[in-house]
Design a protein around this ligand. Structure first.
Ligand code: AMP
Length: 417
């Protein structure tokens, strides 16, 4: 029945897949904390204007991919397609611009009406970082370092692609040169790129159309149009990366789809996912806060896609929790409950196995990857004790199984760990 399927392009995250997402989220927030970033959570929908303004009407995201609807009160609402615009909106709504710098990390679902395929979903998940109020190029280096450290900790191989879009003056000069160049080939360009020629000529450079790419190969290069200060800024970013041994590939076709980027643009790429090779991307957006109605505050950040990171982790062995299994031989459930709570209040992971048959109970303990079994039976209860069984030891090991007084159970478990 169609209605019992998830909507096209959305997925349930269950089991190992859910665990991978949990790991990525924890690693992301943990590393962001090392750099002083705080968790922020914004609503998953906003007034549509937030995205139109911040992301730009000429981008694919706003032009083609947004989930927009009128709510029952007639307000035009959009499910967030990306995380930067809502964070900027939150900074302005909460009057935080007097407390700079601001450092935020977030994680959650985003929504884009794209053609679904492996690594591309309509509900995708991103972990992101935003830093406001610092215009030092080393801030860009630190942001990139966070992304690299997350990838490294997740044991994901990726390369860093780096470019600069310069400041407004550089960008405008470059745009003019690109329009002049592409106008010569206008009739040969794809329909999308013909449209971009008028609205967003930089985007032709990252067109996926093969013929567009051939034409773009000989287009003028951005580096020629950088102002002296924009070139110096980029040189500092490159120097900072080298200082901390982060390798990068200069990629002058990397323009990213969003209008508000200035100076640094970067992407983390893999060569293991075919066309969906971007694992994350970001850059500097010095004009954005002002563009959204706030003061002129510089910003830099990135977003990574959890869905693609999780795909790349499919070959990695997952470290599963190994709890203590409580097994009753007889109706000793109240003792099981009390002992479980005693252990859990001391931060031990415990599962009560609700099976009357010990054979089935041990099978279940095995299935949940239990490290120990605590067995409660008639003899044990009489002695105010339990049997503690180490499920990882061989049957003839002297410490395999022993009687432990309930009062000493925690101590016995701690001694063994
Ligand atoms: P973007 O905001 O477009 O730069 O996206 C940042 C990252 O999110 C990308 O590098 C991808 O890893 C991921 N991403 C973007 N769109 C999708 C999608 N439709 N499905 C899965 N992941 C996506």
């Amino acid at each position: 029945m169609k209605n019992l399927q998830p909507v096209r392009g959305t997925r349930d995250l269950i089991g190992d897949q859910a665990l991978r997402f949990e790991i990525i989220r924890n690693v992301g927030f943990g590393i962001a904390k090392l750099y002083g970033f705080e968790y922020i959570d914004t609503p998953i929908f906003e007034y549509t204007n937030v995205f139109k303004r911040a992301v730009g009407e000429t981008t694919d995201i706003v032009g083609k991919e947004m989930y927009t609807f009128n709510d029952k009160g007639g307000e035009e609402i959009t499910l967030r397609p990306e995380g930067t615009a809502p964070v900027v909106r939150a900074v302005l709504s909460n009057s935080l611009t007097q407390k700079l710098p601001l450092k935020f990390s977030y994680c959650g679902p985003m929504f884009r009406y794209e053609r679904p395929q492996k690594g591309r979903y309509r509900q995708l998940h991103q972990f992101g970082i935003e830093l406001f109020g610092i215009d030092n190029p080393y801030a860009d280096v630190e942001i990139i370092a966070i992304g690299m450290q997350i990838l490294e900790q997740l044991q994901i191989k990726a390369s860093l692609h780096l470019n600069t879009l310069g400041d407004n003056e550089s960008r405008n000069n470059y745009k003019a040169a690109l329009v002049e160049y592409f106008l010569r080939y206008e009739s040969e360009l794809s329909d999308d790129s013909k449209h971009r020629l008028r609205n967003n000529p930089l985007r032709i450079l990252d067109s996926k159309d093969i013929n567009d790419q051939k034409i773009a190969a000989d287009a003028p290069k951005g580096a020629q149009f950088l102002t002296a200060s924009a070139a110096a800024f980029f040189a500092k970013v490159c120097e900072g990366l080298s200082l901390i041994n982060i390798e990068y590939i200069k990629d002058d076709k990397l323009v990213r789809g969003l209008d508000y980027y200035t100076h640094t643009a970067f992407e983390f790429k893999t060569n293991e996912l075919g066309a969906q090779d971007a694992l994350g991307g970001g850059g500097r957006y010095d004009g954005l806060v002002e563009h959204m109605g706030g003061p002129a505050i510089p910003g830099v950040g990135f977003a990574m896609g959890l869905d693609r990171l999780a795909l790349l982790m499919e070959n990695q062995a997952l470290i599963k929790p190994s709890p203590i299994a409580i097994i009753c031989v007889g109706e000793y459930w109240s003792d099981a409950l009390k002992i479980s709570q005693l252990l859990r209040s001391n931060y031990k992971s415990v599962e009560i196995i609700y099976k009357n048959n010990p054979g089935k109970a041990f099978k279940e303990a095995d299935r949940i990857n239990a490290r120990y079994a605590v067995i409660i039976g008639e003899d044990e209860i009489k002695a105010n004790a339990v049997k503690l069984k180490d499920l990882t030891l061989s049957p003839d090991h002297p410490m395999k199984e022993r009687l432990v007084a309930i009062d000493n159970l925690l101590e016995a478990l701690n001694a063994k760990n």
